[in-house]
Design a protein around this ligand. Structure first.
Ligand SMILES: Nc1ncnc2c1ncn2[C@@H]1O[C@H](COP(=O)(O)OP(=O)(O)O)[C@@H](O)[C@H]1O
Ligand SMILES: CC(=O)N[C@@H](CCC(=O)OP(=O)(O)O)C(=O)O
Length: 261
C-alpha cells in the first residue's frame, strides 16, 4: 500500500480502535464512556468497525450465498451491494449515534468520502469484490482529529472507477493505524484475546501466532485479526492488542522485544 503518509504528529497520543461486528450490538454506555475518558485525557481517537453478523443476516434475508476464505468474505456483485448498504447504511450510523450519545463528536466515513480509502481488487478471480487499500487520505483524518472530531470508519473502499470494494475490518484498522502513525491499535472482539487450548494468552509473538495458525488453533475471523496485528507491528505500530469488551486481552509483541534484556 502507498499512502499520503502523515507528517510526524504532535505529542498527543493516537489510538485506533476497531470494533468487531461480533461486539457491536452488545456494547453498553459504560463501554463508550471509556472512549470519552480517553479523549478527555488528550488521546486522539479513530474508530473503525466491521459488521460481519449484520451482513450475514442481510445476505440470508435475501437468499444470497457467501463464504469466507482465511477469514475474508468471498464477495460477489450481489453480496457487495449488501455489504455496502449494511455497513454504510445501518452499522455506521448506529455506531455514530451511540458515540454521540456518549458525548463524543463523531463523524461517519467510508472509503468514498474524500477519497478516504482508494483500493484495487485484491484478487478478483479468488475473492470477487474485495479490496486492497492503495491510498489513505490521512489529511482528512488529521483535519478531523485536530478539530476534536472522532472519525468512525466503515470498511468499504472505492476503486478509481467508483466501484465499492469490501475490505476486512481488521485490515482497515491496521492500515489506518499505520497511515496516521498511531501509537496503539486495539482490536475489540467477542473474545478476550487469543485463546489456545482453552486458555487466553496475555502475550503473543508473531512466531507463536504462525505456529498456532499452522496447528489450526487460530482460524476464521481471528486470522485477519492476527495478520493485521502482525503487519501493523512489523511496520512500526508500537502496541497492538486483541481485546474483549472489558478491554483486556492479548498483547502482541515483536519477538525481538520479548527476548531483549
Ligand atoms: N485462537 C482463537 N482465539 C480466540 N478466538 C478465535 C481463535 N481462533 C478463531 N477464533 C474465532 O474468532 C472469532 C473472532 O473473529 P470474528 O468473529 O471475525 O470477530 P469480529 O467480528 O470481532 O471481527 C472468535 O469469536 C472465535 O470464534
Ligand atoms: C472482505 C471481508 O471479509 N469483509 C468483511 C467486512 C466486515 C468485517 O470485517 O466485519 P467483522 O469485523 O465483524 O469481522 C465481511 O464482509 O464480513
Amino acid at each position: 500500500m502507498t499512502t499520503s503518509k502523515s507528517m510526524p504528529h504532535t505529542a498527543r497520543k493516537r489510538m485506533v480502535i476497531k470494533l468487531g461486528g461480533s461486539t457491536l450490538e452488545g456494547l453498553n454506555e459504560a463501554f463508550f464512556d471509556n472512549f470519552k475518558r480517553l479523549q478527555e485525557s488528550g488521546v486522539e481517537l479513530i474508530i473503525t468497525h466491521g459488521g460481519g453478523p449484520a451482513i450475514n443476516r442481510e445476505l440470508a434475508a435475501r437468499g444470497i450465498q457467501s463464504h469466507t476464505l482465511n477469514g475474508i468474505r468471498v464477495t460477489n456483485e450481489a453480496a457487495m451491494k449488501v455489504v455496502q448498504s449494511t455497513l454504510i447504511g445501518q452499522v455506521n450510523p448506529t455506531l455514530v449515534h451511540e458515540l454521540t450519545h456518549a458525548g463524543i463528536a463523531a463523524l461517519g466515513l467510508n472509503g468514498f468520502d474524500g477519497q478516504l480509502m482508494v483500493a484495487d481488487f485484491l484478487d478478483q478471480a479468488i475473492y470477487g469484490y474485495v479490496g486492497a487499500i492503495k491510498t489513505i487520505n490521512t489529511s482528512l483524518l488529521e483535519m478531523l482529529m485536530s478539530g476534536g472530531i472522532v472519525p468512525v470508519i466503515a470498511c468499504v473502499g472505492a476503486n478509481e472507477a467508483g466501484q465499492a470494494l469490501n475490505i476486512n475490518g481488521d485490515t482497515v484498522a491496521s492500515e489506518i493505524a499505520l497511515a496516521i502513525g498511531a501509537d496503539s491499535l486495539l482490536l475489540v472482539t467477542d473474545v478476550s484475546g487469543i485463546r489456545i487450548q482453552d486458555e487466553y494468552q496475555s502475550i503473543a509473538t508473531p512466531a507463536l501466532i504462525d505456529q498456532w495458525t499452522e496447528q489450526g488453533h487460530i482460524y476464521g475471523g481471528m486470522i485477519p485479526k492476527v495478520q493485521g496485528a502482525i503487519d501493523g507491528l512489523r511496520a512500526g505500530i508500537p502496541s497492538v492488542q486483541i481485546v474483549g469488551e472489558t478491554l483486556i486481552g492479548t498483547t502482541i509483541i515483536a519477538s525481538s522485544k520479548l527476548h531483549s534484556p
